[in-house]
Ligand binder design. Sequence first.
Ligand code: FES
Length: 147
Amino acid sequence: MATKTPTRSPTHEDVPFDRLASLGMELEDIATGDQVALADLVELAEDRGRPASHYLAALPLATELTVTPSPGVEIRVCAGTCQRYGALPLLDHLVERRMRGGDFTIAPVECLDRCDTGPACELRSASGNLVIAPATASAIDEALDSL
Ligand code: FES
């Protein structure tokens, strides 16, 4: 769990844990084995009228499930305390980009050990790992476009 937090004030609200727990149970229902296909998660979120990011945050925080991986880059996004610093809009941005096409896996995690500079994300590819913290949608887009 987070050991450090930014000295600045939170900019966003996190999803309460009891909500995450019930989203986690909905995810268990659509999982295949221990994985959930992103398209299925997005469809579920649309059906329930919730942002996909809330379900993505529930994966590492309330389940043992992961998103079914794609062959490309893995983008780990901290969905822990980094929610309070804008991790959820980043996740929604990545979902939008991924659903338009694109070959990467969105991998929400509980912490990336960059808590003091959140929101944190890490791109993992064959050519190496790149940590972006604090992460913005445009910084992630730029990194993805340069791969
Ligand atoms: S809470 Fe530790 S990196 Fe986000």
